[in-house]
Design a protein around this ligand. Structure first.
Ligand code: CUA
Length: 339
């Protein structure tokens, strides 16, 4: 109802209405109590005004029922807000099982988007309508923040970490993308467009992109160029851990403890391998900090994710290097999958 209002963003994702309803409820609630309290102050100020210069008000010694009432009613209201807000928050922070994954790298002062099929974009992101999209985001330098008002979604983009947001666009169009964290001189210019396309148009757009091959295949090449494959071999004869079927597994560490192999752990194991050594291996891997860019890291991560030889239930085995269909986040390889 408000989408035509200037200053109010369009409603273009499945989450937008849920956020708006909560927002309008909070505004209405705040307005109601503000008007009620201000009105009562004025009303009682007039009603109990001093009529004679020597009149004095009677003493009040509290009222149990009154105090319970004004404690319980706000408690119920605030708990309602909490439960409602938490349910929206959980929905926003838990991506569905099947998402279209896109990597995002922020840097002063641009957004770089990397599709799993290999397409790269700067300050422009093409996505299909009606499909959940997950952005896996990191920064090359300082903290940035992805903000897409029409989708009511926003999250910090932090160097050395992967943060995630997801959204499902509901209507084709072009929507603003902002950096919402002050990040230097050109912060205000760190803007872009999210272009939501019909499924067919999106497929056309995908196939019209640069045919550089998938992100995983670029990672495979880099893996060989950096000679990672001399130690990480599929036959368990290498000096480093076997990477096949590793993603999503829980690994035991040298000093004890475990870690789940997700994007963050792979990234750390490349830039600073000594941080968490898998049990049974020597800390001999050189650190690649400064030698590989954030985009190289994403390629390597995608490659490791694609190394799957086992057959998930109900699916046929796929060749390893190609991995699951690029761009797909199947239940078997989604980051949350735990074996
Ligand atoms: Cu990037 Cu502000």
């Amino acid at each position: 109802m408000w989408s035509g209002t200037p200053l109010f963003p369009e409603n273009a994702s499945t989450m937008a209405s849920r956020v708006d309803h909560l927002y309008f409820f909070l505004v209405a609630l705040t307005a109601f109590f503000s008007i009620l309290i201000a009105g009562l102050i004025v009303f009682y100020a007039i009603k109990y005004r001093r009529r004679h210069p020597e009149s004095v008000g009677g003493r009040i010694h509290g009222g149990l029922i009154l105090e319970i009432t004004w404690s319980v009613i706000p408690l119920i209201i605030t708990m309602g807000i909490f439960v409602w807000g938490a349910s929206v928050f959980f929905a926003m922070s838990r991506p569905p099982d099947e998402t279209l994954n896109i990597y995002v790298v922020g840097k002063q002062w641009m957004w770089k988007f990397q599709h799993l099929d290999g397409q790269r974009e700067i300050n422009e992101l093409h996505v299909p309508v009606g499909r959940p999209v997950k952005l896996i985001m990191t920064s090359e330098d300082v903290i940035h923040d992805v903000y897409i008002p029409a989708f009511r979604t926003k999250a910090d983009v932090i160097p050395g970490r992967y943060s995630q947001i997801w959204f499902e666009p509901t209507r084709p169009g072009s929507y603003h993308l902002f950096c919402a964290e002050y990040c230097g001189t050109q912060h205000s210019g760190m803007i872009g467009q999210v272009v939501v396309m019909e499924q067919d148009d999106y497929q056309t757009w995908l196939s019209g992109g640069a045919q550089e091959g998938s992100l995983a295949s670029a990672g495979q090449k880099l893996f060989a160029d950096l000679a990672c494959n001399t130690c990480h071999r599929p036959d368990a004869q290498g000096r480093g851990p076997v990477l096949e079927n590793l993603f999503g597994k829980t690994v035991t560490l040298q000093p004890g403890g475990t870690v789940v192999v997700d994007e963050a752990y792979i990234r750390e194991s490349i830039v600073n391998p000594a941080a968490k050594i898998a049990a049974g291996f020597q800390p001999i891997m050189p650190a690649f900090q400064g030698l590989v860019s954030e985009e190289d890291l994403l390629e390597l991560i995608e490659y490791v994710k694609s190394l799957r030889t086992e057959t998930p239930i109900g699916q046929t085995a796929r060749p390893t290097a190609a991995g699951p269909a690029a761009g797909e986040n199947t239940p078997a390889n989604r980051p949350g999958a735990r074996n």
